[in-house]
Ligand binder design. Structure first.
Ligand code: F6P
Length: 337
């Protein structure tokens, strides 16, 4: 059978009534922008794009040249197509309404243009994460508050991982599908349809250097995993941490596992480390559509009511039964407290 290109996959989804023409166009445009980012990332030192931009974003993080460039690529690609009412990005303080000189559509796009960008200079996988929401009825110039919808309202979400190969992983609520970039043809080809995350796992991903800063239930949970075969879980666990959420989540979609960034004493006042609107929610959507789970440790991620565009949350995602174990520890601890 001939391989299925992303364009065909989306057109067929439109014909089946799963997405409309505007959403199809939006997803095509995001995919095209990801191809441009893949080219820039792939050039590495030869493209003159490595290193710091010399600026900071709203979160007080130093921006890499590729953070800024990827943000510009996504903005430029999406502004004029007529499918969006507004955009919001990790790299911009506030939401950006589509300028008056362009046609406006009914969707809102949120993105982290280049997640894990501390990995760029060391040639380790990075990625783009995005989330699509509907613009509330009657709103023509969306502001931050119009983006503050729970993750359950997402109509599509995805990420593109720039690794040894470039892969776009996408869901519009009909399963999670992965497309590999054919660099010669310049098109994304469906290489894994309807991904399923194994419910059980023996692999976890966490930044262990934060251990002493975690809350008590987190300490207890990881102690259990580290105790291995002779501990209460009765099995050995392996650990992996790329420090690039897209790459860690991609591994989990490939072979299972649990990814965790709990709240700790260093980030408690901010609510966590990872951002709800353009990191946790889109990943939660993709993971749930693949049969996995995503939680704050104390509730389903997709049901969190957002309060700010750049809000941070604790994140537990991946194999269903392991996310449930992490939740159990939090529940039991909270009940005792
Ligand atoms: O966006 C934040 C991020 O870069 C994620 O991609 C990654 O999972 C995490 O931070 C790494 O955090 P740390 O540097 O604390 O390991």
């Amino acid at each position: 059978m001939k391989p299925t290109a992303l364009s065909r996959h989306l057109i067929e989804a439109q014909h089946q009534g799963h997405i409309n023409a505007d959403l199809r166009l939006l997803l095509e445009v995001v995919a095209r922008a990801c191809k441009s980012i893949a080219t820039a990332v792939g050039k590495g030192a030869l493209g003159g794009v490595l290193g710091d931009a010399g600026t900071g974003n709203v979160q007080g993080e130093a921006q890499k040249k590729l953070d800024v460039l990827s943000n510009e690529i996504l903005l430029e690609a999406n502004e004029w197509g007529g499918h969006l009412a507004g955009l919001a990005s990790e790299e911009m303080d506030h939401a950006h309404a589509i300028p008056n000189n362009y046609p406006r559509g009914n969707y809102l796009l949120l993105f982290d243009p280049l997640d894990g960008s501390s990995n760029i200079d060391v040639n380790v996988s990075v990625g783009t994460i995005f989330s699509v929401l509907r613009c509330p009825d009657g709103v023509t110039e969306p502001r931050d508050e119009h983006f503050l919808q729970p993750g359950t309202e997402q109509v599509a979400a995805g990420y593109c991982v720039y690794g040894p190969s470039t892969m776009l992983v996408l869901s519009f609520g009909r399963g999670t599908h992965a497309f590999t970039l054919d660099r010669e043809q310049g098109s994304f080809i469906l290489t894994r349809a309807d991904i399923r995350i194994p419910e059980e796992t023996q692999e976890f991903a966490i930044n262990m250097s934060n251990q002493r800063h975690w809350e008590a239930p987190m300490q207890a949970y990881i102690d259990e995993l580290l105790a291995g075969k002779t501990g209460p879980r009765g099995k050995d666990f392996n650990m992996r941490w790329v420090a690039s959420m897209v790459a860690d989540v991609h591994r989990i979609l490939t072979r299972g596992g649990v990814f965790m960034y709990p709240v700790d004493a260093k980030c408690r006042d901010k609510g966590g480390r990872l951002r709800l609107m353009y990191e946790a929610n889109p990943m939660a959507f993709i993971v749930e559509q693949a049969g996995g789970a995503c939680s704050t440790g104390r509730g389903r991620m997709l049901e969190v009511t957002p309060e700010a565009l750049h809000q941070r949350v604790p994140v537990f995602l991946g194999s269903k039964n392991e996310v449930a174990q992490a939740e159990r520890h939090h529940r039991e601890h909270d009940a005792r407290a």
